[in-house]
Design a protein around this ligand. Structure first.
Ligand SMILES: [Zn+2]
Ligand SMILES: [Zn+2]
Length: 72
């Protein structure tokens, strides 16, 4: 019954992503990884989005700040 190719929009970064690629309904794999520690997608970008989860590389200001803290 699970329709392949179903898209939804990430609550955090606003990117569209493939529902089946994320553990969380409302978050893309990238955001669910950063915010909740779920496994991330091994993103491979082609034509501006990941071929696996279809995340487009968007990041919210909040996520950017989290990542900056990590790297310093
Ligand atoms: Zn996201
Ligand atoms: Zn991906």
């Amino acid at each position: 019954m699970d329709k392949k190719g179903e898209y939804t929009r990430c609550d955090e970064c606003g990117s569209k992503f493939l529902k089946s690629s994320s553990k969380m309904m409302a978050l893309c794999p990238e955001c669910s990884h950063i915010l909740y520690g779920y496994p991330n997608c091994d993103h491979v970008f082609k034509n501006g989005k990941c071929i696996y989860c279809h995340w487009d590389g968007s990041r919210s200001d909040y996520i950017k700040r989290l990542l900056n803290d990590d790297e310093t």
